[in-house]
Design a protein around this ligand. Structure first.
Ligand code: 5GP
Length: 215
């Protein structure tokens, strides 16, 4: 990314240290989430909350004296953003945008359309994009270019989940939650046809990647 948009932070990469690799073989959703389409739990609820506490503390330290504007990408990031915002001890502001990707049945093409734009003007603001999951990284790359063009004082990214090995461009994430295997997952904001967003954990979806992978 352009250096022009970066903060002069002490070390935003501190949150990258000890990045957990998530996978819990044999751990399965229990009732009331007893659904045959749900496979192994990739990140249990307790680990999500613990890690979000760490991310929130890092954001709090890095942005002391310049509270960020958290920009959530709907709808997937809404649950993560809600928990992250409460883990940050600064008077953050919050705004949302919604995008839709063009692509074939299973892959994002990187051509992204803004379905709902931000309400807040970004110029001069310290913007932190809050993303649910990074797969190819193409959506994020579009968002960075688009938001940088609005002249924020700084622009960084906090992504909860990063799929191993699928990125076509360097991600340059200031804050990362978990590395996960390259499987289609649901829960904690991630859906299939609007279902499963309210699972408090992230788990494998066994029926394959749906034609319209949700936002
Ligand atoms: P990318 O542009 O990085 O390939 O795709 C990012 C977007 O695709 C995410 O914001 C999310 O909406 C969707 N996505 C990618 N992987 C998954 C997944 O495993 N499960 C769900 N539900 N959505 C995904």
């Amino acid at each position: 990314m352009s250096l022009a948009g970066r903060l002069e932070l002490p070390d935003p990469a501190s949150a990258r240290v000890g990045l957990p690799a998530a996978r819990h073989p044999g751990l399965r959703p229990t009732p009331p989430w007893d659904d045959p389409a749900l496979g192994e739990i990739i990140v249990p609820a307790s680990e999500l909350q613990e890690r979000i506490g760490v991310l929130g503390a890092a954001v709090t330290a890095d942005y002391a004296g310049r509270p960020p504007l958290l920009v959530g990408v709907l709808k997937g990031a809404c649950i993560f953003l809600s928990d992250l915002a409460r883990a940050v001890g600064l008077p953050v502001e919050v705004d949302f945008m919604a995008v839709s990707s063009y692509g074939d049945a299973t892959r994002t093409s990187g051509v992204v359309r803004i379905v709902k734009d931000l309400d807040i003007d970004l110029s001069g603001r310290h913007v932190l994009i809050v993303e649910d999951i990074v797969d190819s990284g193409l959506t994020l790359s579009f968002l960075r270019r688009n938001l940088l063009a609005r002249h924020p004082a700084s622009l960084e990214v906090c992504a909860l989940l990063v799929k191993d090995g699928l990125q076509e461009t360097p991600l340059d994430l200031a804050y990362e939650g978990f590395r996960i295997p390259p499987e289609f997952v649901v829960g904690y904001g991630l859906d299939v046809a609007e279902r499963y967003r309210n699972l408090p954990f992230v788990c494998e979806y066994l029926e394959g990647e749906p034609a319209a992978g949700g936002r």
